[in-house]
Design a protein around this ligand. Sequence first.
Ligand SMILES: Nc1ncnc2c1ncn2[C@@H]1O[C@H](COP(=O)(O)OP(=O)(O)OP(=O)(O)O)[C@@H](O)[C@H]1O
Length: 607
Amino acid sequence: MKHVMRILDNPISKIVILLLLVIAPLFVSQNLLQLLIFWGIFIILAQSINILTGFAGQLSLGHAAFYAIGAYTSAILMMKFGLPLFITIIISMVLSAIVGFILSFPAGRVKEFYLAMMTLGFGFLVHEIIREWASVTGGVMGISGINSPKFGTLTIFGISVNLVAYYWFVLAITLVIVWLLRNFVQSYFGRSFLAVHQSELAASSIGISPRFVKQLAYTVSAAMAGLAGALYAHLMGYIGPESFEMMKSIEILVMGILGGFGTIIGPILGAAFLTFIPSQLQLFAEYQLMIYGLLLVFSFLIIPKGFAGLLGLRTDMEKGKTIQKLTKIKSKADQSIQGESPDQEQRLFNILNKKLVVDNLVKDFQGLRALDQTSLGLQPGTILGLIGPNGSGKSTLVNLISGVYPVTEGKISFGGKEITNLPSHLIAREGIIRTFQDPNNVPNMTVKENLLLGSQLLFKSNIVSCSINSKSSLLEEKQMIEKVYKVMELCNLKEYADEQVENLPYGIQRMVEVARAILAEPQLLMLDEPAAGLSEEEMDELVRMIRYVKEKGISVILIDHHIDFLVKLVDTVVVLDSGKVIYSGDVEGMQSNKQVIEAYLGVENNA
Ligand SMILES: Nc1ncnc2c1ncn2[C@@H]1O[C@H](COP(=O)(O)OP(=O)(O)OP(=O)(O)O)[C@@H](O)[C@H]1O
């Protein structure tokens, strides 16, 4: 299926498709033209759920509510206040965005089933408001006579708009939205969405705030659905509550799922399917819900990744190709995105010599004391081995330092600043980066994209700059990609750069996670059993990487059961047993310490 991607990527095919779309009104019937306008509106709608559910992983069963808010706002503002189309569209988007932003607060706190119920409830709520607030919305009768190209009552800049002009208007808006969205998802914003989708815990560990991502996803998604609603209201000339029922929310979901969530092309295909196929199946209108149900079952079973997956169409989550193309075009005229920052090499590791101090830490889990008055200090640029039998509290300690669990008692400070109970992403921003016992990469992102995710905190471009592919945002992305290549070289991952992580062996996945942590430019790296499941060769590779990190001045906390592996690396060790520190000092001392031998090494030797 790679040739489909190649054809779609080819600039000539893009120009041909664009030309055909522009001149379509010359050779299609009025009916088909209206369907093409619907396709454009549905593309925006499908992309709006794609950004929320497909990328950020927040299921929405009430998406028609935002569509309705956009439609009613634009219709009412134009009919009652005589505002021009551009203004009514912008206000529709802003109002939907505000509602989306507000919804993100309760919705951001729940997951899965509860999120489905909450968004479903939101859909019902808005639908009921529309039905009952008759003085404004027309109640069950809806609003008719909305300015529309069908009645010749819609004007743009004082010029009357017919269906053909409206088609071009919707086409232009759709193209701009898809272009902006593609640039957005290929930026560090888009990568943070996928990271939160995969694991909020892992996303926080590299400095991403899941709450911010959800707020942004709801806001952007709602604004897009509001835009689609406004365009719909003026196409139809009539809106009523029946157009925004739960069925519509399901239809929007079906477009995304069937087309292929998490890609840009998928929802375009899904929207096409739901625009053109039902019109061919008018006879079956009564059975529409049943057909959608069947489609969902069918797509989950046969094409779980939708049409896009079936055709092997994937959306890159980085701007490498765009940068390459622009660099080629501009190589003579303008060198602006070829620049390289002079202090790049130094910036890879900007060491601040922060000391970690853990002071009398206690952690209770419902009656179980997992950590009991644990204290330790870690000098900058040293490696501390944290060892102890299973269940002795090693991971708990790492989880407390990284803000995953709240501390029961005690204090943690880093570089003189108290970080006790700070949220995980803020601790990551202090320079404490960790890995997990099971690698926590984003499986459907490539190695390169996962590593770029590591650099997340170093990006400075704003959302507009990333969405319009401004020179500065492309330059920044280019510099980060170069940095990623340097680290891939260091970690021998270059050959896997464009492979999706889920297709790689376990050992490589572990390396990717460690490399990603290095790219976050940590001051302190905490590796939770990084050698588990690695081959001898991979373990040697890991030793080399950890030594390199230490040479650069980064402190490391290393949890592992492989004593031989630890001995090669650590400067000091702390041994835990039942949540208590039973030894703290150098490796030689540990190996001859009676308490340690009884608690841990004895067990190991006997095993
Ligand atoms: N979220 C939790 N809820 C309840 N108990 C927990 C939780 N996390 C850890 N524990 C308990 O705390 C104790 C310490 O667990 P922890 O995972 O820190 O041990 P560990 O030394 O990392 O073990 P391992 O080597 O097996 O990873 C164990 O008894 C564990 O069952």
